[in-house]
Design a protein around this ligand. Structure first.
Ligand code: PRX
Length: 659
């Protein structure tokens, strides 16, 4: 498809002329200085790998690049858990806090030092060993934001067992699909999560998933709430019972020596087909890439209190709540619940309590706080904040300014960081002591990263023009493929243009070489900073017995970035009804997860198609974008339907004329 330029979003960005150079004090003490951009790729990463990671055996070579697969730090041996936990304790930093954890109920808090973390990880790893987990055993994890989630991930990496963490908001079907794809042998879950004071039935979902996952033989269940939880004999074991007699002595469970390129984890993400892709991340490159970016971009100091307010179930949480901060020995905050429990100032009370100096979140969260008003932030002393970050979708300049003014006291740099599940680490970003910020721009590629914008013909577009974002050189944390699917890996990322990685995003480079991200160009929607593919939602809808056909697209939404609009044709010419609407939303929620439930459903007797039978998605997008759709739905709105019809006819006539 071609990039739509001249849309409102692009125009408003072009008009954005505010500039924020780094505050001089910040620049003087910053981890990254301007000369960081000067080093050649291999020198840069060799030095970072030596500085930031402890190796059991040093690597022989920095990079082997056999397109489309890269290997980094070849020959090196290391262990991620050792780097994230043990070595800090060995170096005498065992009493430093690794995580301040806040449960959603205000009275539930835990302070976990690196020594505590080590004890918990060793104990749980010993327990997993009893269940037969060893190097190479695939493990599924389906939990909420409890400290035991990073403990479980680290225990896996200690044993050399690759994990896949499935976001706790995903449904039983989504969980089952991922466990089956990775052929997991064990699932770690919890009885219930908490969300706005209500229980989230994780174990119940897991039970439904495990009915369909023949390879999973055991489930470890953390008791998070006192509720009754049915346990299946022979399969389910309480976490608390399992660890009772397990030793916490690190000598009883040494860190497995792993090769630089051994599988660390899979994380599933949406693409343009219904089947989620198992993104492959390996050991050394991932750890070096995330730890390095974390150090420079977030300007982490030894006494930093850093809070990445994402969910560990997404890549942001994997890289920047768990692996990078722990590798850097940073004190982090983990919060279990929603931002408005018990009130809308919960986040700000957390920042005040722990004196957080770096906050990293998504534009959708900032817009939610904007909607609630700045008075909630004003109630708290946020003066500890030195730096703010965003990720997940383009940030509108208004939200950027609001964030800086009302959260950052009008003084903090705001780093808008672009990256993906596939990239593993941040790739386009300001460096807060170096870069002059422009609200709405992710500014420059990280040192050694070579990004460009191509037109349809695969030529580089000059300053000002829109096009497709590509990456021309490998980076350490890049994906090492899609699990068990080489062809799809090549097709998705390496086929649109020769020899460059195609990110699926539109972008523009301005006259200063700064990048402005313009959103997805494929059939992937971005809802509350989470990627959801149109076809996945369509498949879920069509699985409903009353649905004949469905087409789905995203429309702009003030709060969630994009919202999902579904066009649905019911079987037997049946008409839509409010009940049907509710039923379908709940159905998609069950199939995929609530986040994928359409905001609007338009019931229409027919979907507009080309003569070759392809759904005219662009047309549906136009309809969804240009029509004021009701908050929850527009039911068989005759005007919408006739609009679809009218446009379909016009398109058909055009096709006819050009045939
Ligand atoms: O479209 C881009 C958007 O999020 C996509 C990646 O989504 P996911 O793999 O779920 O990872 C999200 C967190 C890393 C990208 O293809 N995106 C991410 N960050 C930005 C962004 N769009 C614009 N600006 C960003 N800073």
């Amino acid at each position: 498809m071609t990039i739509q330029s001249g849309t409102h979003a692009i125009e408003s960005m072009q008009l954005e002329e505010r500039r924020y150079p780094p505050p001089p004090e910040f620049a003087k003490n910053a981890n990254a200085k301007a000369d960081i951009y000067n080093k050649p790729l291999e020198d840069f990463w060799r030095e970072e790998a030596q500085k930031r990671v402890s190796w059991f055996k040093p690597f022989d070579r920095v990079l082997e690049w056999k397109l489309p697969y890269a290997k980094w730090f070849l020959g090196g041996k290391l262990n991620v858990c050792y780097n994230c936990v043990d070595r800090h304790v060995e170096a005498g930093r065992g009493d430093k806090v690794a995580y301040y954890w806040e449960g959603e109920p205000v009275d539930q808090k835990r302070t976990i030092t690196f020594k505590d973390l080590q004890a918990e990880v060793v104990r749980f790893a010993n327990a997993l060993k009893k269940l037969g987990v060893k190097k190479g055993t695939p493990v599924g994890i389906y939990m909420g934001m409890v400290p035991e989630l990073p403990v479980a991930m680290l225990a896996c990496t200690r044993l050399g067992a690759p994990h896949t963490v499935v976001f706790g908001g995903f449904s039983a079907d989504s969980l089952a699909g991922r466990l089956n794809d990775m052929e997991c042998e064990l699932l770690i879950t919890q009885n219930e999560g908490l969300r706005k004071g209500n229980p989230v039935p994780l174990k119940k979902n897991a039970d439904a998933a495990l009915d369909q996952t023949p390879t999973v033989k055991k489930a470890v269940v953390l008791r998070r709430t006192p509720s009754d939880t049915p346990m299946k004999d022979g399969r389910d074991i309480w976490w608390q019972d399992l660890v009772k007699d397990a030793s916490t002595d690190p000598k009883t469970c040494p860190c497995e020596e792993m090769d630089a390129e051994d599988l660390l984890y899979l994380l599933y993400t949406s693409g343009t087909t219904a089947k989620p892709k198992g993104i492959v991340h390996t050991t050394a490159g991932y750890l070096v890439g995330t730890a390095t970016t974390h150090h420079y971009i977030f300007d982490i100091k030894p006494d930093s209190i850093y809070w990445c307010a994402a969910d560990i179930g997404w890549v942001t949480g994997h890289s920047y709540i768990v692996y990078a901060p722990l590798c850097n020995g940073t004190t982090g905050v983990i919060y279990e619940g929603v931002p408005d429990f018990p009130d809308k100032d919960r986040w700000w009370s957390i920042i005040e309590r722990y004196k957080v100096d770096v906050l990293y979140t998504a534009p959708t969260a900032i817009r939610t706080h904007m909607k609630w008003g700045p008075e909630y932030a004003k109630k708290h002393d946020l003066s500890s904040l030195r730096l703010l970050g965003t990720v997940g979708e383009p940030i509108n300049p208004e939200a950027w300014i609001w964030y800086r003014e009302n959260v950052g006291g009008g003084k903090t740099p705001v780093v808008d960081t672009w990256w993906q599940t596939e990239t593993g680490m941040i790739l386009i970003t300001p460096l807060p002591g170096v870069t002059t910020l422009k609200p709405g721009s992710a500014t420059k590629p990280f040192p050694t990263v070579e990004a460009a914008v191509y037109n349809d013909a695969g030529e580089e577009v000059g300053p000002g023009g829109g096009g497709y974002l590509v990456l021309k050189r490998p980076w350490p944390a890049m994906l090492r493929g899609i699990f068990k699917d080489h062809d799809r890996y090549v097709q998705t990322y390496w086929s649109k243009f020769k020899d460059v990685y195609f990110a699926g995003d539109g972008a523009r480079i301005d006259e200063n070489g700064d990048f402005w991200l313009l959103g997805r160009v494929d059939d992937v929607m971005n809802v509350s900073a989470h990627r959801i593919s149109t076809i996945e939602v369509e498949s879920a809808l069509v699985a409903h017995p009353k649905v004949a056909e469905a087409a789905v697209c995203g429309r702009a939404d003030k709060q969630t970035g994009q919202a999902i609009v579904a066009f649905v044709t019911l079987r037997g010419g049946a008409e839509g009804s409010p009940e049907m609407l509710r039923e379908l939303r709940a159905f998609v929620g069950e199939k995929i997860g609530k986040i994928a439930a359409p905001a609007n459903i338009v019931f229409t007797p027919d979907l507009p198609k080309t003569r070759s039978g392809k759904i005219m998605r662009r047309l549906l997008r136009d309809v969804a974008e240009n029509r004021p759709l009701g908050d929850t739905t527009t039911l068989a709105d005759p005007a919408v339907v006739s609009e679809i019809d009218r446009r379909a006819k016009t398109e058909a006539a055009k096709e006819e004329a050009s045939a």
